[in-house]
Each structure stands twice: as C-alpha cells, then as structure tokens.
Design a protein around this ligand. Sequence first.
Ligand code: ADP
Ligand code: ASP
Ligand code: MG
Length: 464
Amino acid sequence: MRIVMKFGGSSLKNGEMISKTAQIVKDYKPEECVLVVSAMQGVTDQLIETANKIAEGLLDEEEIRNFVGDLQERHRVATVKAVTGEHQEPVLIDIEKLCSELEKVLIGISYVGELTPRSIDYVMSFGERLSAPIVSGALRSLGVESQWLTGYDAGIVTDSNFGRASPIWDLTNERVKATLSPVITRGEVPVVTGFIAGDMRGRITTLSRGGSDFTAAIIGAALSVDEIWIWTDVDGIMSTDPRMVKEARTIKVISFMEAMELAYFGAKVLHPKTIEPAMEKDIPVRVRNTFNPANEGTVIVREQEQVVDVVKAISVMENVALLNVSGVGMIGIPGVAAKVFSALAEEKVNILMISQGSSEVNISIIVEKEDLKKAVRILERVFADKSIVKDVQYNEDVAIIAVVGAGMRGTKGVAARVFKAVADAGVNVLMIAQGSSEVNISFIVLRKDAVKAAKALHDEFIKN
Ligand code: ADP
Ligand code: ASP
Ligand code: MG
C-alpha cells in the first residue's frame, strides 16, 4: 500500500503531539508513506496577524524580534521534546536559520509599510517550513528514515495567484512523481510542507487557508497512491460541526460528491479542493483522529452502495456576504447577469451562490467576505451610469446553511421538510439555491440564526 498522510495543526500543536504523530506513521511502516504537514496550531494565524500589524506600523523592531523569539522558542521546545539524540541539533539549526530569515522579512515589511499578496504568502510559508523539519526529525528519532521538503521542492508548481494559487497540473504531476517516487522506493518517508508551493518563477505561493489537505490530494493523485488519509482532531466527517451542535455524530462512509458539497459550504474538516484530484483518480480519502487513532474515521469513496439517510450532514459557512444588484432598468435587458458575473470573474471574485428573482429586478450573489469590498467596487464601476443597475447593496451578517445527502436525489418533499424545520425554529430564510447535483440544498440566513437553523435541521434529519 502507498498512502499519503496529512497531519493538521492540531495534530502538531506541541512536541508531545509531534511524537505521537511520528509514532502513528511508524506503526504504518513498512507501508510506503508520504507525509504532508501543516504549521503548528495557531502559527499561520499569528503570522498573518503580526505581518498586518507591522505593515500598519503598529510594531517596532524590538516587538518584531520578540515575536520571532517566541515563535522560535515554541519550535525549539517542541524539537527538544520530539527529536532525540544526534537528530536534534540539525533540526535546531534549521529552525534558527528560518527564524532569522523570518525576522529579516518582517523588518523589511516594517520599512516598506506595505503587505502584498506575494509577501504575505512568503510570511505564511514559515509556519509549515518550521514544523516540517521537526516532524521529519521526530521520525528519524524513531528509526524511520526521513527528509523534509517544501511543497515546491516536492514538485508542486502553481500559477501566480498569490493566496489562492492553483496547481499547473501536468507539470506538477510530472515533477512530484520524479521527486518523491525515488525517495519512497528507498523506504524513506518524505515530509512535505502542506499549503505552500511555488510559481513558475519559484516564488512562494499558498493554496488558500486550510490548503494542506489539498496538498495531500495533489501529491496523492500525482503518485496514484492507494489512499489519502487526513489526520485531524475529530473522529471523521461529522453530521455537522461538533463545535456548533454537540449531538453531531461521525459519518462512516460518504461519497466524493457529498464530501465536496459539505467542504465547499463550510465544513472546515476538509479543504474544498481536496476531493477533486482524489475523485479523478478514484482514490479513497479517509479522515481520522490523531487523538483517537483506534477509531476508523470516515472513508470517502466514489459511490456508496446503500444510501439509508436522506440527509447526511448539515454545514454552516459564516465568512460570506450577500450582494444585491437591483434596478428596474434590468427588466428585459439581455446580458445583465452575464455582465455582472464576467466582471466579478475577471477580478477573481469567487461566487458561491446565485439567485435571480423572476421579476428580473434583482440578482443576489453570495461571495466570500474577504472579496466583498472588491466585488462592490467592481460592480459600481461597471454599472456607473446607473441606467440599468441602480443599486448595489450588501449584507455581511449572513451565513450559508447547506443540507447534504445523496439520498435527497429522487426523494420527494425534502425541501419542504428542510424549510418547515427552519421556519418552526423561527428562522427567516433570505435566499435559496438548489445545486444541480441534487445532493445539496443551500440557503442563506442571518448569521445570528445559523446555529439555530443547523440544530433544527439536525434534530429533523439525523437520528442518533
Ligand atoms: P486541522 O488543523 O487538522 O486541519 P481543522 O480545524 O482545519 O483541523 O478542521 C477540523 C475541525 O473542523 C474540527 O475540529 C471541527 O470543529 C470542524 N468541523 C466543521 N464541520 C465539521 C464536520 N462536518 N465534521 C467534522 N468536523 C467539522
Ligand atoms: N497552516 C495553513 C492554515 O492555517 C494550512 C493548513 O493548516 O491546512 O491555513
Ligand atoms: Mg484544516
């Protein structure tokens, strides 16, 4: 068996957990194995927050040095715990070098006073570049041969869309195979930094937040592995976010389509782009708990043999905004929608949901919150003369609720049950969309009502 295993930040939050991770991997040897690792828990957030403060002139040089010093200390302590004997010193040297590079980068930003998408990717890359050598060292300490590589050095080449880069597939598949296959065949375990890659000019890019899962799928597909395992801090994909609804239960088997819809609409346990490469190569993906490795977790496969539940899971996506484009001038004018969508697409605004009323005076669009300002700016520019579109309004306090299940296909009355349950909970629905996949009904509510709606739907559809 050849497996790609990805360990998330929570699996690597300290030296003890890194040792545990290394032990889990050792237990699977002599199977062939590639590891993909995230940054230690919270590190990516800290890097982003600090870089932003520096760009705004809120931190002086001493404070920058202190920040890097604390980060170095956290990684040093984890190394001393997880990496033993002769293997320790080289890891400590790697960490020291990386931290001194990071300090220079951050001080550079403080001089320039500006943070570009390219520089924030460079800053974020330190999270994974710092964790990977420790994990690799922890494996060597257990007698497992290992070396660490960045995603780019492992062969992942992307476009230059910093912050949300996409792989250049042919090149990536070729390079990943050429780089990693010989290492694996020698019996070593390569430890690859998740989330980060590089563009054609070798400049560091990132695959968007939570993107280490995607890295695992990219590598898995390139190597045509037997399975991709995502190790995290819950027992698998659950019927809803366990942090929101405590009755959530683990789903044993789920299809690629269902998992993709759930991930796309906010189930943070998987990055939404993870499924596609796996689905294309028909590679099963397992989601498992580092804190409870005895549990088998969830397996994601092409088709489930028997679908029992109509609705399998409910997801909530909160970091979104509702845009309303309206004006009586839109009536009967062809191509208004096309103009709206192509303007947004050109500026790389990601559209999550669309709905147009039959009255034609209104188009509602859901975008990611971080794109909202850009989207409003573009639409106001495109329709500046106000003859067609009179108004571009938005609401940032909304959430998408998605109800997912392959059993909905061909079952009558599911939508009625969904909206009755939500209405009975006293929640107002602002906008509805049904995906053509028929495995998902999604709609918009005010953010303050999101948990209430998810809970009502869980009570209605999920049997414990
Ligand atoms: P990692 O650091 O391992 O990548 P994440 O925090 O990105 O972990 O993802 C795991 C978290 O996703 C869980 O702790 C859980 O709170 C959240 N989550 C949201 N929706 C779901 C779901 N449907 N099933 C399981 N976990 C979910
Ligand atoms: N460390 C990155 C993030 O926090 C990638 C990941 O964890 O998957 O977004
Ligand atoms: Mg994650």
